[in-house]
Ligand binder design. Structure first.
Ligand SMILES: *Cc1c(COP(=O)(O)O)cnc(C)c1O
Length: 233
């Protein structure tokens, strides 16, 4: 467990340094600890250090942890989301943000389930900035129209954009993708779409968080950097 605490402090040190370098303040960037495949005990350590945002990539795991974790935390759904799983998320009041909305059908399902629960669900639109066939997300070109369509749904609120950069051993290689996401968010902001905030940019993971901060990230999704390598067995 001390291992987790040590790693978290290291990650926070990296974040502070990147903030300093880019002249941004601590309050502009939130660290989401990605706890997929990691135990509640480890999450407890992270929580003790004051991190209250946790990201999961599968609905089942998020729901299980929500049911069994005795602490009040903010849950983030960051993985690909199937429409038949949306209802479970809608029933979790502390599921604060869905990062991975990539189709109108999915947005409509979230709207319907949120309406059933008499709530509004905050979402991010996932953008496939690298135009990678193996990755989910809408294209840059679709961005403005997509957000306009989603903005018409009463129980869904668009808070910003999310992207997953392709893995590269040199994080400098992914800078163009982060820059693209920021560009698109400015373009959408310019449209002045009613009810759309475009405040959040969810980008940057363990490997590339410095570059993401420099390019304007507001939400960092960090897993292995905090918890160590995931054990899928
Ligand atoms: C697992 C995951 C992360 C965390 O990745 P690390 O490299 O472990 O920091 C971030 N975002 C998404 C969507 C993920 O699935």
């Amino acid at each position: 467990m001390e291992e987790v605490r040590k790693r978290l402090l290291q990650v926070q040190g990296r974040i502070d340094k990147a903030l300093l370098k880019s002249g941004r303040s601590k309050s502009e960037v939130k660290l989401i600890s990605v706890s997929k495949n990691h135990s509640l005990d480890k999450m407890e350590v992270v929580l003790e250090e004051g991190i209250i945002d946790f990201g999961e990539s599968r609905v089942q795991e998020l729901d299980d942890k929500y049911q069994s974790f005795s602490k009040e935390v903010n849950w983030h759904m960051i993985g690909h989301l199937q429409r038949n799983k949306v209802k479970y998320l809608a029933r979790i009041p502390s599921c604060k943000l869905i990062h991975s909305v990539d189709s109108i059908r999915l947005a409509k399902e979230i709207n319907k389930r949120a309406n059933n629960e008499e709530r509004v669900m905050n979402i991010l639109v996932q953008v496939n900035t690298a135009q990678d066939d193996n990755k989910y997300g809408i294209s840059y070109k679709e961005g403005v129209d997509f957000v306009k369509k989603v903005s018409a749904l009463d129980n869904v609120k668009v808070k910003g954009l999310m992207t997953i950069a392709p893995y590269s051993s040199d994080p400098e290689n992914v800078r163009p993708y982060f820059r693209k996401l920021k560009e698109l968010s400015l373009e959408i902001k310019k449209e002045g779409i009613e009810g759309v905030e475009m405040k959040e940019l969810s980008m940057g993971m363990s490997n590339d968080l410095e570059v993401a901060i420099e390019e304007g990230a507001t939400l960092l999704r960090v897993g292995s950097g905090i918890f160590g390598e995931r054990d899928y067995n």
